[in-house]
Design a protein around this ligand. Sequence first.
Ligand SMILES: CC(C)(COP(=O)(O)OP(=O)(O)OC[C@H]1O[C@@H](n2cnc3c(N)ncnc32)[C@H](O)[C@@H]1OP(=O)(O)O)[C@@H](O)C(=O)NCCC(=O)NCCS
Length: 137
Amino acid sequence: MIEYVSSLEGIREHNLQGFFVGWPNPPDESTFLKILENSDEIVLAVETSDEQVVGFITAITDKTLMAFIPLLEVLPSYQGRGIGGELVERMLRRLSGFYAIDLMCDRALQNFYKRFGMQPASGGMVLRNYQNQSGNI
Ligand SMILES: CC(C)(COP(=O)(O)OP(=O)(O)OC[C@H]1O[C@@H](n2cnc3c(N)ncnc32)[C@H](O)[C@@H]1OP(=O)(O)O)[C@@H](O)C(=O)NCCC(=O)NCCS
C-alpha cells in the first residue's frame, strides 16, 4: 500500500534509494535527505510494506506569493499507477495560498501537468552548473 506523507519522520537515507534516474552525476542519499529537509514543502509516497520512499515532490517558496516545484519523481517500477498525479495534487493543495506556482518540464510532460489546471508558459531561462549536479552546498 502507498501512504502519502509530508514529513520526514522515520525517513532515513536507506529509505531514499533509486532516485535521480538518468542523472549523470546524481545526488547521493545523504544529499537527497538534505534536499528534502531544506525544501519548504514535500510530499512523499511511501511503500508501507518496507517503508521505502517510491515517489516524492518538493517545493520552495518565498512564503508570501511565489512557489516553485523543482523536483518530482516516481521510481520506474512504480510509475503509471497514479502516484505522480497524486503527489502533484497533494502539493498543489499545500500551495493553494500562493499566487504563482511554477515549474519547468519537458514539452512532452505538459499534458500531464495540464490536468491539474497548469498551463504552458511561453518561455523560460535556465542556467545549469553541471559540476554541482550531485550537490555542492
Ligand atoms: C513524470 C512522473 C513523475 C509521473 O509519475 P507517474 O506515477 O507515472 O504518474 P501517473 O501514473 O500519475 O501519470 C502518468 C501519466 O504521466 C504521463 N507521463 C509520464 N512520463 C511522461 C513523459 N516522459 N512524457 C509524457 N508523458 C509522461 C504518462 O503518459 C501518463 O499519462 P496517462 O495517465 O494519460 O496515461 C514519472 O514518470 C517520473 O518520475 N518521471 C521521471 C522524472 C520526471 O520526468 N519528473 C518530472 C520532472 S518535471
